[in-house]
Design a protein around this ligand. Structure first.
Ligand SMILES: [Zn+2]
Length: 494
């Protein structure tokens, strides 16, 4: 039984898809004006775990992610420049080139982190016509008004606006007024109102702009996610024709917790204002990755990128391990020390798999396993189904390795461990963890090493231990470690 914490109801709830066995899942994608930083990537790892857990529960997934290539402004209050156009000026490229470059970089990063790719990836700029249809429907229902710089959504018109935050409309407006990130535009009726369509500035020629019934301009950031959900998951478009009454509630929508008060709240507002039914059944949000001095972010000027870690010699999967070792709903403080600990842990897990592989290769019989794997399977499944408790799931894997090494201390028990089964279980756990444990291989030894090992074995049989030790030293100098076992020498490349 899978339980997930739903931001909408503020409690853990049993998850079941609304329709048959296919889960409709939407995750907010990157704004492609720069590289994703580690904080952004934490959210994508959490969403990847969610997908893997859904799959392990026997569900199919229809996963849609957007690429924000237009309309995301430098301020949450619909002011400031378009992030992508701004970067284009800075890098002396076109906005389209910027978007393409950082989209590619994003997919390279998530591939390195073993994040499963969404079934559907859609760029905001490809669906401007649909955005316009949605704004027209909102206008028809009386939710919009015009200012000198665009068409806005009047949030006071929606009776439960802000429900995702758990605050009333008044309270949310007061809270945002107190927040430093919001500048108040005098033409906006409420602080929470947001732009649906922004007019191109009169004095500046934008690279990305489109004609609309209200004038030349570009869509607001919040509308693109609403539109893409309505089109691809809620099935509310018949071709280009918008049929809001046909919209289906989608199963899960995810993102970082910073999206709760504005972006996701506004997605809900736009969709529910026209469909008159719940937009999303489960909202899941990942917590921040922070630095000792506070939040990590591009605007904070302290963004660390995946390639920065790689330049320091850490593989991206070490970062993935670090993320898995904390629950997605807890704040995680990033430090190089914590990363180094993850590196050590991942190395130990790899050594465990290597040892198990080696023993499985030597083992001729198929014994009844002295290790009861069933209890580990159950504990692992319970952990991941308890709101994606990955630290607990990792702890289960560590318990398995502890029992394994404990038993192996007694050589007589080696024949009672079914090494293939232990491996199989570990690989199954890794289907969720995604740490590439199944890619560990025993590579053939170089001929020179093979020869030295044979010589050493011969010396040992002749009881010429001093000479055997000299050969061992030679082998170690060539970066191979020997461990003598009842099943022969185990050689490990250092
Ligand atoms: Zn979004």
């Amino acid at each position: 039984m899978l339980q997930l914490y739903n931001t909408l109801t503020k409690k853990k709830e049993v998850f079941k898809p609304l329709r048959d066995k296919t889960v409709t899942l939407y995750t907010c994608g990157p704004t492609v004006y720069s590289f994703a930083h580690l904080g952004n990537l934490r959210t994508y790892i959490f969403e990847d775990i969610l997908k893997r857990v859904l799959l392990s529960n026997g569900y199919k997934i229809k996963h849609l992610m957007n690429i924000t290539d237009v309309g995301h402004l430098t301020s949450d209050a619909d002011t400031g420049e378009d992030k992508i156009e701004k970067e284009a000026h800075k890098e002396k490229k076109t906005a389209w080139q910027i978007a393409q470059f950082y989209t590619q970089a994003f997919f390279q990063d998530i591939k390195k982190l073993n994040i499963l790719k969404p079934n559907l990836i859609k760029k905001a700029t490809d669906y401007i016509a649909e955005d316009i249809e949605l704004i027209k429907a909102l206008e028809k229902n009386g939710f919009t008004y015009k200012t000198s710089d665009g068409i806005y959504f009047d949030t006071s018109k929606l009776k439960d606006y802000g429900k995702l935050t758990g605050m009333t409309f008044e309270k949310l407006n007061q809270t945002l007024k107190g927040g430093s990130r919001i500048e108040i535009s005098p033409e906006k009726k409420n602080i929470t109102d947001f732009s649906l369509w922004k007019f191109s500035p009169k004095n500046i020629k934008r690279q990305m702009e489109w004609d609309s019934p209200w004038g030349i301009g570009f869509p607001g950031w919040h509308i693109e996610c609403a539109t893409l959900n309505l089109k691809f998951l809620a099935q509310a478009f018949q071709g280009k024709k918008f049929v809001p009454q046909k919209a289906k509630t989608i199963d899960i929508h995810c993102g970082g917790i910073d999206h709760i008060p504005i972006h996701h709240t506004n997605e809900i507002a736009q969709v529910e204002a026209v469909t008159k039914k719940p937009f999303v059944n489960f909202w899941l949000h990942g917590e921040f990755l922070v630095l000792p001095k506070g939040r990590m972010g591009k605007s904070e000027g302290n963004a660390i990128l995946l390639k920065d870690l790689e330049n320091k010699g850490f593989s991206p999967l070490v970062y993935r391990y670090l993320i898995l070792n904390s629950h997605y709903r807890t704040t995680l403080e990033f430090s190089l020390e914590a990363l180094q600990n993850s590196q050590n842990s991942l190395n130990s897990l790899r050594e465990f798999v290597y040892d198990c592989l080696w023993c499985a290769k030597q083992q001729k019989n198929k014994p009844r396993n002295i290790i009861s794997l069933k209890k580990y399977h159950q504990a692992f499944q319970t952990a991941i189904n308890d709101d994606l408790n990955t630290p607990q799931a990792l702890a289960v894997l560590w318990q398995l390795t502890n029992e394994y090494y404990q038993l192996k201390k007694d050589y007589r028990l080696w024949d009672k461990i079914n090494f293939r089964e232990v491996l199989k279980t570990t690989y199954e756990f890794d289907q969720i963890l995604g740490l590439d444990l199944n890619k560990i291989k025993i590579n053939p030894l170089p001929p020179k090493i093979q020869k030295l090992i044979k010589q050493r074995e011969l010396k040992r049989q002749e009881k010429k231990f001093q000479e055997a030790d000299l050969i061992r030293t030679k082998i170690e100098k060539l970066n191979f470690k020997i461990e003598d076992t009842p099943w022969g020498p185990k050689i490990i490349k250092i």
